[in-house]
Design a protein. Structure first.
Length: 238
């Protein structure tokens, strides 16, 4: 069975570990599965932004696999990964979610399904809030107020047509590079600050979006659960 992080694993192995650890109450398997899961679905925005360099299993790029992890984590009671896992599931287009065979096979009354749909709607709305800096008045010190405001509104017209449910990723460094060529330095600095603040607000609000306790409470549960599994495993082998 897979070793603990930073050793690598894969989706199939991780899913089996989650199922076996929960079904047979095997402490060390459960502990390792939860540790690997947390490398891709962390509880801080900084860790989220750097997860592709720290995750111990390949990035998941289809809804079926992401939703299977979500169901396994929920069944296990790993609430601390649920906000970022639900965010990931809500990032897929609605037609992909509804056409998923795993989704169809899951029945009609799952909490995970309701949370995914709720999250999709909220993430869709949050994408526009993250981009609100494009319609803010120019900052004092703007070197060309007419040009900067016109460029920002032009950008907003463009991004308004994107409409994805990925508020944390909807605007990235490639966009900043192009945007920097069209507004002054003062407006660029103001925009970056507003965007960063809005992204953080989205992240901090993720647990509330899915009717979960705040991040600090979830992180405490994570530490308590993983530590208890470690104690259980150590006692068994004492």
């Amino acid at each position: 069975m897979t070793s603990a992080p930073p050793e690598r694993t894969d989706f199939a192995t991780l899913l089996v570990m989650l199922h076996l650890g929960h079904k047979y109450q095997v402490g060390h398997i459960s502990q390792r599965a939860l540790q690997h899961l947390a490398t891709a679905y962390p509880s801080t925005l900084q860790a989220w932004d750097s997860r592709n360099g720290t995750r111990t299993f390949p990035a998941i790029k289809n809804f079926d696999e992401e939703f299977q992890l979500l169901r396994a984590a929920h069944k296990f009671g790993a609430n601390w990964v649920m906000p970022s896992l639900l965010y990931s599931c809500g990032a897929y287009p609605m037609h992909v979610i509804l056409d998923s065979q795993v989704w169809k096979d899951a029945g009609d009354l799952l909490m995970e399904k309701n949370a995914c749909l709720l999250g999709y709607a909220e993430q869709f709305a949050a994408s526009l809030r993250v981009l609100r800096f494009l319609v803010q008045p120019n900052m004092e010190g703007c070197s060309d107020e007419l040009r900067c405001y016109k460029e920002k509104l032009s950008w907003f017209d463009v991004v308004d047509s994107w409409r994805p449910s990925i508020p944390l990723e909807i605007w990235d460094e490639s966009d900043w590079k192009r945007y920097a060529q069209e507004v002054c330095e003062a407006c660029l600095a103001q925009s970056r600050k507003a965007h960063s603040k809005a992204r953080l607000a989205v992240w901090e609000n993720l647990p509330r979006t899915y009717r979960l306790p705040p991040w600090d409470q979830l992180e405490m549960w994570k530490d308590e659960t993983i530590n208890s599994l470690e104690v259980s495993y150590s006692s068994f082998h004492a």
